[in-house]
Ligand binder design. Structure first.
Ligand code: SAH
Length: 256
C-alpha cells in the first residue's frame, strides 16, 4: 500500500506540493527550516511525498530497467511512474477539486524549460504542484507524453537526482506565498523583480577594514538613495548579465 507522508497542517486554504521520489526522506530537508519551515508549520503550504518504489510490482521492488537501444545506466519505467502519478491525481480529485483546477505535473529535468522568477510567480498563484524527481539516466519518455508532464530545469548542469532541483523550485515558490515573508516590500526590491539584479547592500559598521559605506546611503535623502540604487542595479545587470539587460531594455522600450 503506497504511503503518503505529510508535513504541515491541514486546515483551510493552503498551497500544496506533492513530490514523487525514490528518496522521500530528503524532504522537507532544508525547507523544514527558517521561513519555509515556519510557513509549513503555520499551514501556509503543505508538503507530501510519495515513494515511487511503493508502485513497483515485483518482489525486488525495482523501478528501473536497461535502456532500449543500449547505452549506460538505467531508465525509470513508465508503468510505475504513471501509476504513481495517477495515484496522486485520483487522491486530489477525491479531496474535491480546489479552485484553479488540476495541478500541473512537473518532471525536474536538465532538458526542461529553465526555472526563473516568472515561473516561480506563476506557480505560486496556482493551488500547488506535483513534482516528479528522476534518478539514474532519467525516465521513459512515454510516461511524460502519456501523462502530459512538463519538464523544468534548474540550470545547465546535471544533478544526480531531481530531489535537490525540487527543493530549489519549492524554495523559490514558497517564499512568494502570501504570509511567508512578512515584509512584502522585500519581494518588490529583490533581484529579477523588475528584470534587474539587485543593488549592493550595506549594514553596520559604517567603516569596515578601511572601506566606507557609499555616502548617499547615509545621507537620509530618499530620492537620491532610490536613484543611486537603480543606477547600481542597472550597471551591475549590464556588466554581469547582458542577456537580462537586453530584455530589460526591450521591455522598457515597449512600456514607452
Ligand atoms: N541522462 C540525463 C540526466 C539524468 S540525471 C540527461 O542527460 O539529461 C538524473 C536525474 O536528475 C534526472 O532524471 C532529473 O530528474 C534530475 N536532474 C539532473 N539535472 C537536473 C537539472 N539541471 N534540473 C532539474 N533536474 C535535474
Amino acid at each position: 500500500m503506497p504511503v503518503t507522508k505529510m508535513t504541515g497542517r491541514v486546515e483551510g486554504k493552503f498551497w500544496s506540493a506533492t513530490v514523487l521520489t525514490l528518496f522521500p526522506e530528503m524532504f522537507p530537508g532544508p525547507l523544514g527550516q527558517s521561513l519555509a519551515g515556519k510557513a509549513l508549520k503555520n499551514g501556509i503550504w503543505r508538503l507530501e511525498t510519495v515513494d515511487i518504489r511503493d508502485f513497483a510490482r515485483d518482489k525486488h521492488r525495482s523501478v528501473d530497467d536497461a535502456p532500449f537501444g543500449g547505452g549506460p545506466g538505467m531508465v525509470m519505467r513508465p508503468d510505475i511512474l504513471a501509476a504513481a502519478v495517477d495515484h496522486v491525481r485520483s487522491g486530489q480529485a477525491s479531496e474535491g477539486s480546489a479552485p484553479g483546477g488540476e495541478k500541473k505535473v512537473i518532471y525536474l529535468s536538465p532538458r526542461g524549460r529553465r526555472l526563473d522568477q516568472a515561473m516561480a510567480r506563476e506557480l505560486a498563484e496556482q493551488n500547488g504542484v506535483i513534482l516528479l524527481c528522476g534518478r539514474f539516466e532519467g525516465v521513459d519518455q512515454r510516461a511524460l507524453d502519456g501523462r502530459g508532464i512538463e519538464e523544468v530545469s534548474v540550470g545547465d548542469f546535471v544533478l544526480s537526482g531531481g530531489e535537490t532541483a525540487a527543493l530549489v523550485l519549492l524554495d523559490a515558490v514558497v517564499r512568494l506565498l502570501p504570509g511567508v515573508i512578512g515584509d512584502r516590500a522585500a519581494l518588490e526590491e529583490e533581484s529579477f523583480a523588475h528584470g534587474l539584479l539587485e543593488y549592493s547592500q550595506y549594514t553596520r559598521p559604517q567603516v569596515w577594514e578601511g572601506q566606507e559605506v557609499p555616502d548617499v546611503l547615509t545621507s537620509g535623502h530618499h530620492e537620491n538613495i532610490r536613484a543611486w540604487r537603480k543606477a547600481q542595479a542597472e550597471e551591475l545587470t549590464k556588466e554581469r548579465r547582458p542577456d537580462l539587460w537586453e530584455r530589460y531594455l526591450r521591455s522598457a522600450k515597449s512600456r514607452g
